[in-house]
Design a protein around this ligand. Structure first.
Ligand code: ATP
Length: 296
Protein backbone atom coordinates (compact mmCIF):
# COMPACT_ATOMS: atom_id res chain seq x y z
CA UNK A 1 0.00 0.00 0.00
CA UNK A 2 1.56 3.32 -1.08
CA UNK A 3 0.80 6.38 1.04
CA UNK A 4 1.45 9.98 -0.04
CA UNK A 5 3.96 11.17 2.49
CA UNK A 6 6.50 13.96 2.79
CA UNK A 7 8.70 11.91 5.06
CA UNK A 8 11.17 9.28 3.96
CA UNK A 9 10.66 7.43 7.23
CA UNK A 10 7.72 7.81 9.56
CA UNK A 11 6.77 5.76 12.58
CA UNK A 12 3.51 6.36 14.39
CA UNK A 13 2.93 4.98 17.88
CA UNK A 14 5.42 2.20 17.16
CA UNK A 15 5.66 -0.31 19.99
CA UNK A 16 7.39 -3.67 20.04
CA UNK A 17 7.43 -6.40 22.64
CA UNK A 18 9.42 -9.42 21.51
CA UNK A 19 7.68 -12.77 21.97
CA UNK A 20 8.53 -14.33 25.31
CA UNK A 21 9.60 -11.03 26.88
CA UNK A 22 7.71 -8.90 29.38
CA UNK A 23 9.33 -5.51 28.82
CA UNK A 24 8.70 -3.64 25.56
CA UNK A 25 11.78 -3.00 23.44
CA UNK A 26 10.06 0.06 21.95
CA UNK A 27 7.20 2.11 23.35
CA UNK A 28 5.06 4.51 21.36
CA UNK A 29 7.76 5.81 19.00
CA UNK A 30 6.54 8.55 16.66
CA UNK A 31 9.33 9.77 14.45
CA UNK A 32 9.50 11.60 11.14
CA UNK A 33 12.65 11.73 9.02
CA UNK A 34 12.93 14.02 6.00
CA UNK A 35 14.86 13.32 2.81
CA UNK A 36 18.59 13.93 3.15
CA UNK A 37 18.57 14.12 6.94
CA UNK A 38 21.28 12.38 8.94
CA UNK A 39 19.62 11.21 12.12
CA UNK A 40 21.70 9.65 14.87
CA UNK A 41 20.03 7.36 17.37
CA UNK A 42 21.89 7.72 20.63
CA UNK A 43 21.33 5.56 23.66
CA UNK A 44 22.64 2.96 26.01
CA UNK A 45 22.91 -0.70 25.17
CA UNK A 46 19.41 -2.17 25.16
CA UNK A 47 17.66 1.17 24.64
CA UNK A 48 16.06 -0.06 21.40
CA UNK A 49 18.24 1.43 18.66
CA UNK A 50 18.67 -1.79 16.66
CA UNK A 51 15.03 -2.70 17.09
CA UNK A 52 13.96 0.65 15.65
CA UNK A 53 16.32 0.31 12.67
CA UNK A 54 15.09 -3.22 12.00
CA UNK A 55 11.48 -1.98 11.91
CA UNK A 56 12.36 0.72 9.36
CA UNK A 57 13.81 -2.05 7.17
CA UNK A 58 10.85 -4.36 7.67
CA UNK A 59 12.91 -6.98 9.50
CA UNK A 60 10.57 -6.81 12.49
CA UNK A 61 6.80 -6.48 12.73
CA UNK A 62 5.44 -3.95 15.24
CA UNK A 63 3.31 -5.14 18.13
CA UNK A 64 1.31 -1.95 17.56
CA UNK A 65 1.63 1.24 15.56
CA UNK A 66 2.93 1.68 12.04
CA UNK A 67 6.14 2.17 10.08
CA UNK A 68 6.26 3.91 6.72
CA UNK A 69 9.46 3.90 4.68
CA UNK A 70 9.60 5.64 1.29
CA UNK A 71 5.85 6.03 1.33
CA UNK A 72 5.16 2.32 1.86
CA UNK A 73 3.61 0.82 4.98
CA UNK A 74 6.50 -1.52 5.77
CA UNK A 75 4.54 -3.39 8.40
CA UNK A 76 1.84 -4.25 5.85
CA UNK A 77 4.12 -5.51 3.07
CA UNK A 78 5.08 -9.12 2.44
CA UNK A 79 7.00 -11.22 -0.05
CA UNK A 80 8.12 -9.58 -3.27
CA UNK A 81 6.73 -6.12 -2.37
CA UNK A 82 8.68 -6.12 0.87
CA UNK A 83 11.85 -7.31 -0.92
CA UNK A 84 11.46 -4.52 -3.50
CA UNK A 85 11.16 -1.90 -0.79
CA UNK A 86 14.11 -3.36 1.10
CA UNK A 87 16.10 -3.11 -2.13
CA UNK A 88 15.95 0.67 -1.72
CA UNK A 89 17.21 0.54 1.85
CA UNK A 90 20.90 -0.13 2.45
CA UNK A 91 21.95 -1.49 5.85
CA UNK A 92 25.40 -1.61 7.37
CA UNK A 93 26.32 -3.27 10.62
CA UNK A 94 28.87 -3.15 13.42
CA UNK A 95 30.51 -6.40 12.33
CA UNK A 96 30.52 -5.50 8.60
CA UNK A 97 28.98 -8.91 7.65
CA UNK A 98 31.37 -9.48 4.76
CA UNK A 99 32.25 -12.92 3.39
CA UNK A 100 35.85 -13.12 4.58
CA UNK A 101 37.39 -15.45 1.98
CA UNK A 102 35.82 -13.56 -0.95
CA UNK A 103 37.52 -10.59 -2.56
CA UNK A 104 36.44 -7.02 -1.99
CA UNK A 105 34.93 -6.94 -5.49
CA UNK A 106 32.95 -10.15 -4.96
CA UNK A 107 31.61 -8.84 -1.66
CA UNK A 108 30.53 -5.57 -3.23
CA UNK A 109 28.88 -7.39 -6.13
CA UNK A 110 26.69 -9.32 -3.69
CA UNK A 111 24.97 -6.00 -2.98
CA UNK A 112 23.34 -6.34 -6.41
CA UNK A 113 22.05 -9.89 -5.86
CA UNK A 114 18.49 -8.73 -5.18
CA UNK A 115 18.34 -7.36 -8.76
CA UNK A 116 19.41 -10.68 -10.33
CA UNK A 117 17.86 -14.09 -10.64
CA UNK A 118 19.71 -17.27 -9.83
CA UNK A 119 22.87 -17.80 -7.79
CA UNK A 120 26.18 -16.15 -8.72
CA UNK A 121 29.54 -17.68 -8.00
CA UNK A 122 32.58 -15.65 -8.95
CA UNK A 123 32.84 -12.18 -10.44
CA UNK A 124 32.56 -13.36 -14.06
CA UNK A 125 29.01 -14.54 -13.47
CA UNK A 126 27.93 -10.91 -12.91
CA UNK A 127 27.13 -8.69 -15.91
CA UNK A 128 29.98 -6.41 -16.98
CA UNK A 129 27.90 -3.31 -16.19
CA UNK A 130 27.58 -4.44 -12.57
CA UNK A 131 31.29 -5.24 -12.32
CA UNK A 132 32.05 -1.73 -13.54
CA UNK A 133 29.56 -0.20 -11.13
CA UNK A 134 31.07 -2.20 -8.24
CA UNK A 135 34.56 -0.99 -9.11
CA UNK A 136 33.30 2.60 -9.20
CA UNK A 137 31.87 2.22 -5.71
CA UNK A 138 35.07 0.57 -4.47
CA UNK A 139 36.97 3.51 -5.91
CA UNK A 140 34.58 5.92 -4.19
CA UNK A 141 35.35 4.41 -0.79
CA UNK A 142 39.08 4.59 -1.53
CA UNK A 143 39.87 0.90 -1.94
CA UNK A 144 40.33 0.40 -5.67
CA UNK A 145 43.85 -0.97 -5.29
CA UNK A 146 42.45 -3.62 -2.94
CA UNK A 147 39.56 -4.76 -5.15
CA UNK A 148 41.03 -8.24 -5.65
CA UNK A 149 42.20 -8.69 -2.07
CA UNK A 150 40.41 -11.05 0.33
CA UNK A 151 38.03 -9.08 2.53
CA UNK A 152 39.31 -10.72 5.72
CA UNK A 153 42.80 -9.34 5.11
CA UNK A 154 41.57 -5.75 5.45
CA UNK A 155 41.47 -3.60 8.57
CA UNK A 156 38.15 -3.03 10.32
CA UNK A 157 37.80 0.46 8.88
CA UNK A 158 38.51 -0.82 5.37
CA UNK A 159 35.99 -3.64 5.81
CA UNK A 160 33.33 -1.16 6.83
CA UNK A 161 34.12 0.88 3.70
CA UNK A 162 33.60 -2.29 1.65
CA UNK A 163 30.25 -2.75 3.37
CA UNK A 164 29.32 0.83 2.40
CA UNK A 165 30.28 0.14 -1.23
CA UNK A 166 28.17 -3.04 -1.12
CA UNK A 167 25.18 -1.08 0.19
CA UNK A 168 25.61 1.45 -2.65
CA UNK A 169 25.14 -1.36 -5.21
CA UNK A 170 21.44 -1.23 -4.28
CA UNK A 171 21.21 2.46 -5.26
CA UNK A 172 19.58 2.97 -1.87
CA UNK A 173 17.46 5.95 -0.95
CA UNK A 174 17.85 5.24 2.75
CA UNK A 175 20.99 4.06 4.51
CA UNK A 176 20.55 2.44 7.90
CA UNK A 177 23.68 1.96 9.98
CA UNK A 178 23.63 -0.03 13.20
CA UNK A 179 26.61 1.05 15.30
CA UNK A 180 28.80 1.14 12.19
CA UNK A 181 31.92 2.23 14.07
CA UNK A 182 31.53 0.37 17.36
CA UNK A 183 34.38 -2.03 16.46
CA UNK A 184 36.74 0.65 15.13
CA UNK A 185 39.48 2.82 16.60
CA UNK A 186 38.76 6.59 16.84
CA UNK A 187 40.60 7.48 13.62
CA UNK A 188 38.86 4.82 11.53
CA UNK A 189 35.55 5.76 13.16
CA UNK A 190 35.96 9.34 12.02
CA UNK A 191 36.91 8.22 8.50
CA UNK A 192 33.89 5.94 8.19
CA UNK A 193 31.45 8.52 9.57
CA UNK A 194 32.95 11.18 7.31
CA UNK A 195 32.55 8.89 4.29
CA UNK A 196 28.92 8.15 5.18
CA UNK A 197 28.22 11.86 5.44
CA UNK A 198 29.93 12.70 2.15
CA UNK A 199 28.17 9.92 0.26
CA UNK A 200 24.83 10.88 1.80
CA UNK A 201 25.30 14.44 0.54
CA UNK A 202 26.34 13.30 -2.95
CA UNK A 203 23.32 11.02 -3.33
CA UNK A 204 20.68 12.84 -1.27
CA UNK A 205 20.61 9.75 0.91
CA UNK A 206 18.62 9.75 4.11
CA UNK A 207 20.67 8.20 6.92
CA UNK A 208 19.49 6.75 10.22
CA UNK A 209 22.50 5.64 12.22
CA UNK A 210 22.79 4.30 15.74
CA UNK A 211 25.83 5.23 17.81
CA UNK A 212 27.04 4.89 21.37
CA UNK A 213 29.52 7.74 21.20
CA UNK A 214 28.29 11.25 21.99
CA UNK A 215 31.29 12.88 20.27
CA UNK A 216 30.58 11.13 16.96
CA UNK A 217 26.89 11.95 17.20
CA UNK A 218 27.73 15.62 17.69
CA UNK A 219 30.25 15.60 14.85
CA UNK A 220 28.28 13.78 12.19
CA UNK A 221 24.55 13.96 12.92
CA UNK A 222 22.15 16.67 11.77
CA UNK A 223 19.73 15.58 14.42
CA UNK A 224 19.96 13.45 17.54
CA UNK A 225 17.19 11.15 18.67
CA UNK A 226 17.84 9.86 22.17
CA UNK A 227 16.37 6.56 23.25
CA UNK A 228 16.07 5.32 26.79
CA UNK A 229 14.29 2.14 27.76
CA UNK A 230 12.64 1.92 24.32
CA UNK A 231 11.20 5.45 24.41
CA UNK A 232 12.29 8.64 22.70
CA UNK A 233 13.59 10.96 25.40
CA UNK A 234 14.97 13.64 23.13
CA UNK A 235 14.76 14.70 19.50
CA UNK A 236 16.77 17.77 18.67
CA UNK A 237 19.00 19.36 16.03
CA UNK A 238 22.61 18.52 16.88
CA UNK A 239 23.68 22.10 17.46
CA UNK A 240 20.98 22.53 20.09
CA UNK A 241 21.98 19.48 22.14
CA UNK A 242 22.54 20.42 25.78
CA UNK A 243 24.23 18.63 28.63
CA UNK A 244 20.91 18.15 30.40
CA UNK A 245 19.59 16.38 27.34
CA UNK A 246 22.58 14.02 27.23
CA UNK A 247 21.95 13.31 30.91
CA UNK A 248 18.40 12.42 30.01
CA UNK A 249 19.69 9.73 27.64
CA UNK A 250 22.29 8.39 30.03
CA UNK A 251 20.33 9.11 33.20
CA UNK A 252 19.36 5.54 33.86
CA UNK A 253 22.94 4.49 34.63
CA UNK A 254 24.49 7.79 35.61
CA UNK A 255 23.17 7.61 39.13
CA UNK A 256 26.23 8.47 41.20
CA UNK A 257 27.99 11.82 41.28
CA UNK A 258 31.11 10.31 39.76
CA UNK A 259 29.11 8.85 36.88
CA UNK A 260 27.39 12.17 36.26
CA UNK A 261 30.78 13.89 36.29
CA UNK A 262 32.08 11.31 33.82
CA UNK A 263 29.24 12.13 31.43
CA UNK A 264 29.95 15.86 31.83
CA UNK A 265 33.62 15.25 31.04
CA UNK A 266 32.67 13.13 28.01
CA UNK A 267 30.42 15.86 26.68
CA UNK A 268 33.03 18.58 27.24
CA UNK A 269 35.67 16.46 25.49
CA UNK A 270 33.29 15.75 22.63
CA UNK A 271 32.60 19.45 22.11
CA UNK A 272 36.34 20.18 22.25
CA UNK A 273 37.00 17.49 19.61
CA UNK A 274 34.30 18.92 17.38
CA UNK A 275 35.75 22.42 17.79
CA UNK A 276 39.30 21.17 17.14
CA UNK A 277 38.12 19.23 14.06
CA UNK A 278 36.31 22.26 12.67
CA UNK A 279 39.34 24.46 13.34
CA UNK A 280 41.68 21.90 11.73
CA UNK A 281 39.51 21.54 8.64
CA UNK A 282 39.21 25.34 8.33
CA UNK A 283 43.01 25.69 8.64
CA UNK A 284 43.58 22.99 5.99
CA UNK A 285 41.10 24.68 3.69
CA UNK A 286 42.77 28.03 4.24
CA UNK A 287 46.21 26.53 3.50
CA UNK A 288 44.87 24.95 0.28
CA UNK A 289 43.21 28.19 -0.82
CA UNK A 290 46.34 30.20 -0.07
CA UNK A 291 48.54 27.73 -1.97
CA UNK A 292 46.29 27.86 -5.04
CA UNK A 293 46.42 31.67 -5.03
CA UNK A 294 50.23 31.80 -5.08
CA UNK A 295 51.69 32.89 -8.40
CA UNK A 296 53.30 30.06 -10.39
N1 ATP B 1 15.13 -10.96 19.11
C1 ATP B 1 14.91 -10.51 20.35
N2 ATP B 1 14.19 -11.24 21.22
C2 ATP B 1 13.94 -10.80 22.47
N3 ATP B 1 14.38 -9.61 22.94
C3 ATP B 1 15.11 -8.84 22.13
C4 ATP B 1 15.42 -9.24 20.80
N4 ATP B 1 16.16 -8.26 20.21
C5 ATP B 1 16.30 -7.29 21.15
N5 ATP B 1 15.68 -7.64 22.29
C6 ATP B 1 15.57 -6.83 23.52
O1 ATP B 1 15.04 -5.56 23.15
C7 ATP B 1 15.66 -4.51 23.90
C8 ATP B 1 16.24 -3.51 22.90
O2 ATP B 1 17.33 -4.15 22.21
P1 ATP B 1 18.10 -3.47 21.03
O3 ATP B 1 19.07 -4.48 20.50
O4 ATP B 1 17.14 -2.88 20.10
O5 ATP B 1 18.89 -2.31 21.79
P2 ATP B 1 20.15 -1.44 21.32
O6 ATP B 1 19.93 -0.08 21.84
O7 ATP B 1 20.34 -1.60 19.86
O8 ATP B 1 21.33 -2.16 22.10
P3 ATP B 1 22.88 -2.30 21.67
O9 ATP B 1 23.44 -0.91 21.72
O10 ATP B 1 23.45 -3.19 22.73
O11 ATP B 1 22.91 -2.91 20.31
C9 ATP B 1 16.70 -5.19 24.78
O12 ATP B 1 16.13 -5.36 26.04
C10 ATP B 1 16.94 -6.51 24.12
O13 ATP B 1 17.33 -7.49 25.05
Amino acid sequence: MSIPNDFVVQTTGLSKTYPGTATPALTDISLEVSRGEIVVLLGLSGSGKSTLLRHIDGLETPTSGSVTSLGERVDALKGRELRELRGKIGFIFQQFELVGPLTVLENVLTGALSTLTGPRLGIWTYPKSLRRKALEHIDRVGLLERAYQRADTLSGGQQQRVAIARALMQDPEILLADEPVASLDPESSDQVMSLIREIAAERALTVVCSLHQVDLALSWGDRIVGLRGGAVVLDTPTEALSKDQVMEIYGRVAVSTSEIQAVEVELAEAREQVRAGVTRRAAERFAQDSASEEPA
